[in-house]
Design a protein around this ligand. Structure first.
Ligand code: ADP
Ligand code: MG
Length: 260
């Protein structure tokens, strides 16, 4: 049963926002399983419930029915076993880069020397050792997201939940972040559930791409990405990549067309 640790099981999750006339069915009986160490990417039309699904997995929102199991246990609150990285910058502005990364570790009983070792390791991983004593406002958007990733990883979660983490970055920064995440993931092989709008990003990063239907969100397609790793953005030029891109775009286009 050692595969259970780090697995994520979405079981018939329905989510209704609001009450009475104003009810919105956001997710309609969505089910899928993410295996331990698998990098799963979720794409779907805007408003289809991608963020809502990650929030439920994080324990920040309750499902109206159904459940999510993280490492086999039903999620009912946030926990250190699940790390979140959001699109918007969620660093503590009053803490330095080092203190931001260390934040999650503070709540554990861990000797200071060991804490510092972990923080230093992740600051090096994200290429920001030289910025340890800077404050978030002194950093670019890409640097802030690197710190947010380091903060999530330093806590050694079993599962990383990433909601369009590079969505607010310019395309050049975004590409360097994708490379960085690929490299970091090669070292850690966490289970990842990653939401993106960007199909190239989905194929480049994922072992698998789940395409959601327009609201209410369900699974529309579940596509395996069998491109060998380690990957670099050069794979985007290969025919296998282009064929996958066409397939995912077609699935998505159906959903967007049905909206109009
Ligand atoms: P996505 O991340 O795929 O764009 P969301 O999960 O943010 O989608 O939202 C799914 C649907 O639920 C959208 O139609 C959105 O307007 C609606 N929604 C999200 N949050 C709330 C809320 N707090 N109250 C009411 N409706 C909401
Ligand atoms: Mg969203």
């Amino acid at each position: 049963m050692d595969d259970v640790k780090g697995s994520l099981s979405i079981q018939n999750v329905t989510l209704i926002y609001g009450k009475g006339e104003k009810q919105v069915l956001a997710l309609d009986g969505i089910s899928f399983d993410v295996r331990s160490n698998e990098f799963t990417v979720i794409v779907g039309p805007s408003g289809c419930g991608k963020s809502s699904l990650l929030y439920i997995a994080a324990g920040l929102t309750d499902a109206s029915s159904g459940s999510i199991l993280a490492s086999g246990r039903p999620v009912d609150e946030p926990g250190a076993d699940r790390g979140m990285v959001f699109q918007s910058y969620t660093l503590f502005p009053w803490l330095t880069v080092r203190k931001n990364v260390e934040y999650g570790l503070r709540r554990k009983t861990m000797p200071q020397a060991e804490r510092e070792k972990i923080v230093d390791y992740y600051l090096t991983e994200i290429g920001l050792s030289g910025f340890a004593d800077h404050y978030p406002k002194q950093l670019s958007g890409g640097m802030m997201q690197r710190v947010a990733i380091a903060r999530a990883l330093a806590n050694d979660p079993d599962i990383l939940l990433m909601d369009e983490p590079f969505g607010a970055l310019d395309s050049q920064t975004r590409h360097s972040m994708q490379k960085l995440l690929l490299r970091v993931w090669e070292h850690s092989h966490k289970t990842v559930a990653f939401v993106t709008h960007d199909i190239d990003e989905a194929i480049l990063l994922g072992d698998r791409v789940i395409v959601m239907t327009a609201r209410p969100g369900k699974v529309k397609a579940d596509i395996r990405i069998d491109i060998p790793r380690p990957r670099t953005p050069d794979v985007e030029l290969e025919s296998e990549f282009i064929a996958l891109k066409r397939r995912i775009l077609n699935e998505l286009r159906d959903e967007i067309d049905e909206d109009h």
